[in-house]
Design a protein around this ligand. Structure first.
Ligand SMILES: Nc1nc2c(ncn2[C@@H]2O[C@H](COP(=O)(O)OP(=O)(O)OP(=O)(O)O)[C@@H](O)[C@H]2O)c(=O)[nH]1
Length: 602
């Protein structure tokens, strides 16, 4: 069906995690018969397995719906799904830039939370029309009246007549669809101008190459045209253009301004189609790209090694395949004395890192060992040279360092007032610098802290949740680099440095941290045939020590009598048990030890 621009609505759904964004999207697909009910798999928009299991949306997706409104006219809805986690904030901002409006879903039992605010501010910044929707009215704890007031008081947009719905049981979904028609403006744009299309997502398809999701702002794009990516400069000939159905791509002769759709052009890698870039016509290029493009840099790094060294090529293949679809994932080969050949991998944040690790293990069936996550430190040497260090092993000798700097983030913590004390204590422990407190209403505040990224990277979010019974939410963005007293802590097992366990720590915390790590390693390393000293050292000076006592474990001891098959079985079993162990020098270390080192919070 053809729609004129007045009958197009481009919008997204924004919400705090778990407030029901994906469920509402599914209901809208159903009600507009975009997907027949029998084909309706739970949460079509979340189409990765892990997403479905974890119930979180990782990548932005878009879908086109045809809606027959009460006024008897057909409307084309382009619904753009946005990721819901702080790691993916940039992708969210690009998805918003593709829209004219946003449905703001708020859980009627929870009210406004950190991501609700963060996303709403982003939407307002992008001049979107924000339409509040109160969800989960079926819950006994639902208090839609209070939540409407909250939206008016805190965000400052009218909300008293917001649709009150239950996305789960399908109550009042029609009302939401009508609001999209009446409240969200139609897109603008001029087909006569040179092409400008915003890339807001892309993924790799083994038949068509990269499928680029775009919002056309000006001009027209059609098959046969030569297009240029304005940031990367790469040029391609368009093979196909069209719209996104819920389960398939629908080819169309062209995409004109105001429309959301896809382009294929035999593009081999998503690196050529970075989110936020502008697609233009190579023969009649736009003068300026669309605003807001940013190169996304990984913030957190860790080493990934195959548990079985022979699987190194398989690990490379897995990472290459994952990267086809994930421009934010970076990796390069590295070697560790302890772990052999592996890769240094860069991620947007911890969630992103966990997702990639999980996918390598599940989708590629590889056992891997990951080293402690690290941020990028900047070091200026006495020679004047400056270094970026993403691997603790490369941290230079303290004597050669003039200045070391670490990344700071501006953190935004939303909490009921009852937990302010607990949170301040936690932030203090993590070297946070208090900025200010903003009272949102009588029982809720927003705390602002500057925190070192290294201190929140591993378990800050969990620690925050446990100190606030899950009520606080948290959001951050990279702020700047500040000078800091940093040292490299080395761990020695049986007198040998294990490079994969080295990490960088704030100098004043080095002693307690070293002691704690030695204790943890002692708990995690099983007894061996000989006594194993565990030591922590800074630049050769030992600052903590524990010992794993020797023990001889003879698995055959129980096997008196000579049944050889039983003996074999026991030996096999012992071998199984060993698989997850790693020989580090002379000592066998289980995989868990690598992560145990990082748990700061007891
Ligand atoms: N009782 C009730 N539960 C709901 C309703 N809508 C969604 N849920 C449930 O809330 C949980 C989260 O819903 P999702 O739609 O996955 O939330 P989301 O906002 O998409 O979450 P992310 O994708 O992780 O940001 C799921 O268990 C849903 O079944 C509702 O109207 N009532």
């Amino acid at each position: 069906m053809q729609y004129d621009r007045d009958h197009i609505r481009n919008f997204c759904i924004i919400a705090h995690i778990d407030h029901g964004k994906s469920t509402l999207a599914d209901r809208m697909l159903e009600k507009t018969s975009t997907v027949a009910e029998r084909d309706m798999e739970e949460q079509i928009l979340d189409n990765m397995d892990i997403e479905r299991e974890r119930g979180i949306t990782i990548k932005a997706r878009a879908v086109r719906l045809d809606y027959l409104a009460k006024n008897g006219e057909h409307y084309c809805f382009n619904l753009i799904d946005t990721p819901g986690h702080v790691d993916f904030n940039y992708e969210v901002s690009r998805s918003l830039a593709a829209c004219e409006g946003a449905l703001l879903v708020v859980d009627a039992s929870q009210g406004i939370e950190a991501q609700t605010l963060a996303n709403t501010y982003l939407a307002i910044e992008h001049d979107l029309e924000v339409v509040p929707v109160i969800n989960k009215i079926d819950l006994p704890a639902a208090d839609p009246e209070r939540v409407c007031h909250e939206i008016e008081d805190i965000i400052g947009i009218p909300a008293m007549d917001a649709p009150r719905i239950s996305a789960k049981s399908g109550v009042n979904i029609e009302e939401v669809l009508e609001r999209v028609v009446t409240d969200i403006p139609a897109p603008g744009g001029d087909d006569g101008k040179p092409l400008k299309a915003l890339i807001f997502d892309s993924y790799y398809d083994s038949y068509k190459g990269v499928i680029v999701y775009v919002r056309v702002m000006e001009g027209v794009v059609r098959p046969g045209m030569t297009i240029r990516m304005m940031a990367s400069g790469a040029e391609f000939t368009v093979v196909e253009t069209g719209a996104m159905g819920a389960t398939e791509l629908i080819p169309m002769a062209e995409l004109s301004s105001g429309q959301v759709g896809f382009i294929t052009a035999s593009i081999k890698t998503v690196q050529d189609t970075t989110v936020g870039d502008t697609v233009t016509d190579a023969e009649n290029p736009a003068e300026e790209p669309l605003p807001g493009y940013r190169k996304v840099n990984p913030m957190v790094f860790c080493g990934i090694y195959p548990a079985d060294g022979a699987k190194y090529p398989d690990l490379r293949e897995a990472l290459e395949k994952l990267q086809l679809n994930d421009a934010a994932l970076s990796f390069e080969p590295e070697t560790s004395v302890a772990l052999g050949f592996g890769f240094r991998c860069g991620f947007l944040g911890l969630l992103h890192m966990e997702i990639i690790q999980e996918r390598i293990e599940r989708e590629f069936n590889l056992d891997i060992i990951t080293t402690a996550p690290s941020v990028i430190y900047k070091v200026t040497l006495t020679s004047g040279e400056t270094l970026s260090i993403d691997n603790p092993t490369n941290f230079p000798d303290p004597a050669t360092i003039l200045e070391a700097e670490e990344p700071m983030v501006a953190a935004n913590i939303l909490t009921p007032t009852a937990y302010i004390g607990n949170i301040m204590e936690l932030c203090q422990q993590r070297r946070g610098i208090y900025k200010d407190t903003k009272y949102l209403d009588t029982d809720r505040v927003e705390l602002h802290y500057d925190l070192p990224l290294a201190e929140i990277v591993y378990d800050f979010f969990d620690a925050l949740k446990s100190r606030t019974k899950g009520y606080a939410s948290f959001d951050y963005e990279l702020k700047n680099y500040v000078s800091s007293k940093l040292v490299k802590l080395d761990i020695l097992l049986n007198g040998e440095i294990v490079d994969a366990l080295s990490f960088i720590v704030f100098a004043d915390n080095a002693y307690p941290r070293a002691r704690r790590i030695c204790e943890r390693l002692k708990d995690n390393i099983p007894r061996q045939l000989f006594e194993v000293p565990i030591q922590a050292a800074i630049g050769g000076k030992i600052i903590a020590r524990e010992t794993v006592k020797a023990m001889r474990k003879d698995v055959l001891a129980k096997c008196y009598g000579g049944d050889i098959t039983r003996k074999k079985k026991l030996l096999e079993k012992q071998k199984e048990g060993k698989k997850r162990m790693r020989q580090l020098g002379t000592v066998e270390v289980p995989q868990e030890a690598f992560m145990a080192v990082l748990k700061l919070d007891d």
